[in-house]
Design a protein around this ligand. Structure first.
Ligand SMILES: Cc1cc2nc3c(=O)[nH]c(=O)nc-3n(C[C@H](O)[C@H](O)[C@H](O)COP(=O)(O)OP(=O)(O)OC[C@H]3O[C@@H](n4cnc5c(N)ncnc54)[C@H](O)[C@@H]3O)c2cc1C
Length: 426
């Protein structure tokens, strides 16, 4: 029996842990396009900004893989899959046989149509450690002093923060009328925008880059509005999409991401998928979608690994959640937060200077929460969302300064203390 895992992110690695928990004997082969294995993607912006160091990037080490008797094929990009023959095809010509396969290839950056983009140095996406190295070297070698970040989502803002830590003057360009429009509401976006501007960042909204100019190296961009900005560095961070193109002719059902069931099985026997390359249920609205966050990838990988070795395990679905500090402002966004009262949702808010809290409810159950500058109760709100607790008996206390465990129903308190809620958050 040979288990093959494609992708060395958290989905792939947690699947390996599950497999080895049950099966210590059969072969496990990890195939990955990257040269670094077991590093934390969320830390690449911190590495660029010198807020962390190389030795702290790995959450799973080479020793871990050795101890677990895992063979590795790094820098091996899979380009095709023949499910009838149980064969993977790699870009380097290698053919890899499997008995059970996990696809955990994550997401890849989306790049929009921009005139003059090809053949210019100084233009990067920013989703891997190798991207981080390229940007770091480019800045050093060319003594770059300013940058344009296209895209005001979480990856764009985390990259902005890193570039500002290096002393660069950064301009964010965002197509929608505010930054963070997917993750946060207007009020939270305003607070974060103010904090960014205070630190010297320029924020341009309702606009995008349509043209790039330069002689081999980028020197100027033109916006849709006609405005021109001189720059030597452009980071494109307008979103990621499931990395599934290589499966086009495989017969596996793909919608936006790979379609999986609660056991993380694809539509083809013995082929499983987990993480950012899949789409599965959003627990709040019951819709199938890709929730591209670390904890979902870990949970899905864990479930996939168990099922690959025949141990029955089910993934119930996930919810969006993010906890990041942006421009010195700690923020949390959990669940669905951009819903409005007119559509039958109840919205509770608390504001005091730059502290902002918002809770969105439907039928007395919390479906989303935003916390800005005071993120103290994030774990409790998340637990209440996941467990779909009726909060009517303590709704008026939810945003109190001292809201805490004492207000919660006894059974829920017990679940949280015993770790049953955490299981969903791993
Ligand atoms: C800059 C940045 C910051 C982030 N910050 C946060 C955060 O604060 N919180 C949070 O929850 N999430 C964050 N995320 C998202 C989080 O990192 C992802 O959700 C998570 O890494 C997904 O895990 P995965 O295992 O599905 O895929 P990935 O981690 O993307 O791993 C995919 C793996 O597949 C390999 N691969 C891809 N294609 C092929 C192929 N054809 N052949 C072989 N191998 C292939 C890749 O080399 C890689 O090893 C961040 C992401 C980025 C880029």
């Amino acid at each position: 029996m040979r288990y093959v895992i494609v992708g060395s992110g958290p989905a792939g690695l947690s699947a390996i842990e599950s497999i080895r928990e049950v099966d210590r004997d059969n072969e496990v082969l990890l195939v990955t396009a990257e040269k670094y294995v077991g590093y934390s993607k969320p830390l690449i912006t911190y590495l660029l900004g010198k807020m962390t160091e190389k030795s702290k990037m790995f959450y799973r080490t080479e020793e871990f893989l050795k101890e677990n008797d895992v063979s590795i094929l790094p820098e091996t990009k899979i380009t095709g899959l023949a499910t009838e023959d149980k064969l993977l095809f790699a870009e380097n010509g290698e053919k890899i046989e499997y008995d059970k396969l996990l696809i955990a290839t994550g997401g890849r950056p989306f790049i929009s149509e921009i005139e003059g983009l090809k053949g210019q140095d100084g233009i990067f996406t920013f989703t891997t450690w190798e991207d981080e190295e390229k940007v770091e070297n480019y800045i050093k070698e060319n003594k770059i002093e300013d940058a344009i970040v296209l895209g005001g989502g979480l990856i764009g803002l985390k990259t902005t923060e890193a570039l500002m830590k290096l002393g660069l003057k950064v301009t964010i360009i965002e197509l929608s009328d505010r930054i963070l429009s997917v993750t946060f509401d207007r009020k939270a976006s305003e607070i974060i925008t103010r904090a960014l501007k205070k630190e010297g960042c320029e924020v341009i909204t309702g606009d995008t880059v349509v043209r790039v100019k330069g002689k081999k190296r980028i020197s100027k961009i033109t916006l849709k509005s006609g405005k021109e900005i001189n720059t030597q560095l452009l980071i494109i961070a307008i979103g990621v999409k499931p990395n599934v193109e290589f499966l086009e002719d495989s017969g596996i059902d793909i919608n936006r991401g790979i379609v999986v069931n609660e056991k993380m099985e694809t539509s083809v026997n013995d082929v499983y998928a987990a993480g950012d390359c899949t789409e599965f249920l959003d627990l709040i609205d019951g819709q199938r979608k890709t929730i591209a966050i670390w904890p979902v990838a870990v949970s899905q990988g864990k479930v996939a690994g168990y099922n690959m070795v025949g141990k029955d395990s089910k993934y119930p679905g996930g919810i969006p959640m993010n906890s990041v500090e942006l421009a010195g402002v700690p923020t949390v966004s959990v669940g669905h937060t951009n819903l409005i009262e007119e559509n039958g949702f109840e919205v509770l808010t608390f504001e005091n200077k730059d502290t902002y809290k918002k809770i969105v409810l439907k039928d007395n159950k919390i479906v989303g929460a935003i916390l800005v500058n005071n993120i103290d109760r994030a774990g409790i709100y998340t637990g209440l969302i996941l467990q779909r607790i009726d909060v009517s008996s303590f709704k008026n206390k939810l945003l109190d300064e001292n809201f805490g465990f004492v207000y919660l129903p006894r059974e829920f308190r017990k679940m949280m203390l015993e770790g049953d809620v955490k299981v969903w958050l791993e």
